[in-house]
Write a protein that binds this ligand. Structure first.
Ligand SMILES: [Zn+2]
Length: 201
């Protein structure tokens, strides 16, 4: 999961001043605004899904603006940029979402007590990327933190089989490039996805 410095784009700030929106679906149903939000998020997330960090493009069939805490419950966060993220649809040859934003929204409602505080806490302080492709949790954490980190991984299904496979494959390639003395930052530019995996290793 990415750690972002949230910076509300000017288009959204001025839209809010002018229109004073309360509801995202009704008051923010504006093509230009949505496109501007998508572009801002895409840039901030360096073209990666906020949750799984797979490479994404600005294609409305494949990605969506996700409300991290579900907007049908967290009404005050409906029009908060900090609660928005661009997510892949989590679909691998299946119709139903298998992971990320849409998978999350099929689970229980976001619970602050049980999950990591996205935007406040950094996932990199909790997660470790194993060379077998799995995301694990740092053992040095408190029991409560370990539980919240595991809950968050499960809530988004970040250890879905297909994600594990891709990450394991990246690790294999990473080892090869390292033996050729390439720097991690340099290698990341070639892949341009799964940034946390590169930063953590
Ligand atoms: Zn994703």
């Amino acid at each position: 999961m990415l750690n972002l410095n949230r910076d509300e784009p000017e288009c959204f700030s001025s839209f809010k001043i002018k229109n004073k929106p309360h509801s995202y679906s009704d008051d923010c149903d504006d093509y230009e605004l949505r496109e501007c939000l998508r572009k801002a998020l895409l840039k901030e997330q360096k073209h990666q899904c906020f949750y799984c960090e797979k490479k994404i493009e600005n294609n409305s069939q494949k990605v969506h603006i996700d409300h991290i805490k579900q907007r049908n419950v967290y009404h005050k966060l409906e029009c908060e940029y900090s609660n928005m993220a661009l997510s892949c649809n989590g679909i691998d040859n299946k119709k139903e979402a298998q992971y990320c934003g849409k998978y999350k929204d099929k689970q229980a409602i976001w619970d602050d007590e049980k999950l990591l505080q996205i935007g406040i806490e950094k996932s990199s302080d909790f997660f470790i990327y194993r060379t077998n492709g799995e995301i694990g949790v740092k053992k040095s954490l408190s029991d409560n933190d370990i539980e919240r980190a595991i809950n968050t991984i499960n809530y988004l299904n970040l250890n879905h089989k297909s994600l594990i496979e891709v990450r394991e494959n990246i690790f294999l390639q990473l080892e090869m490039y390292k033996t050729q003395n390439y720097e991690i930052d340099e290698i990341f530019i070639w892949f341009n996805e799964f940034e946390s995996l590169f930063k953590g290793n």
